[in-house]
Design a protein around this ligand. Structure first.
Ligand code: ADP
Ligand code: MG
Length: 191
């Protein structure tokens, strides 16, 4: 079992709903236990045009190798209509591996910790919300980088989510994750 953190982002379509559905989809995987979900944040696009983003971070425990976890992220992105017409294009769903245990990976198509994690408020702020004392391999304490991203616009969403499974996950409730797994779909990326 490895503890990993995924960064979720969306700014096309019903972005808030997509993020909620994607978290439920992750929780329904037999290979994943969602341990906690950050608040939802609204953030400014960086190096890109388009609408504001919605972002959150999910902490999970998984039996998947990091490669299989990346493949699952791509599969779920596709399920939610992800297209890549150009770099930094608006997206229905982006799923990035921010951290995978204490692993450091530097390969052409997979870099962990995520290379832009410490430069982006939309990843760093929800990550530190989940684990204030978190250490990032090769970098040290995550919260030490918050000052450097303080000029990036990010707003925590206050409106309560009505989904009981998601609300329980926000409190770091493993039973909620198991309940989500019990509702496992028979087809698609959520199975
Ligand atoms: P973005 O960098 O804006 O998230 P994409 O989602 O299109 O852009 O990802 C481009 C590529 O980044 C993916 O095909 C993937 O192979 C690669 N990549 C490298 N490291 C990671 C990581 N830690 N998490 C997710 N994708 C990664
Ligand atoms: Mg991505």
């Amino acid at each position: 079992m490895t503890v990993a953190y995924l960064g979720l982002g969306a700014n096309l379509g019903d972005a808030r709903q997509t993020l909620k559905d994607a978290v439920v989809c992750l929780a329904q995987q037999h290979t994943i236990t969602v341990l906690a979900k950050s608040s939802l944040y609204r953030t400014a696009p960086i190096d890109a045009g388009g609408d504001d983003y919605y972002n959150c971070v999910v902490k999970l425990e998984t039996t998947l190798s990091v490669r299989h976890l990346l493949a699952l992220c791509h599969k779920i992105e596709l399920h939610f209509g992800r297209e890549r017409p150009f770099r930094n294009a608006p997206r229905t769903l982006d799923l990035d591996i921010l951290l995978y245990g204490d692993h450091s990976i530097d390969e052409p198509d997979l870099i962990v910790p995520h290379p832009r994690l410490i430069e982006r408020a939309f990843a760093l702020v929800p990550l530190v919300e989940l684990d204030p004392a978190l250490m990032i391999p090769q970098h040290g304490r995550a919260d030490a980088f918050l000052a450097a991203v303080a000029d990036q616009r990010i707003e925590k969403m206050k409106s309560p989510c009505q989904c009981p499974v998601l609300n329980a996950l926000s409190g770091g409730n493993q039973e909620a994750s198991q309940a989500a797994q019990a509702t496992k779909a028979t087809k698609g990326p959520c199975s």
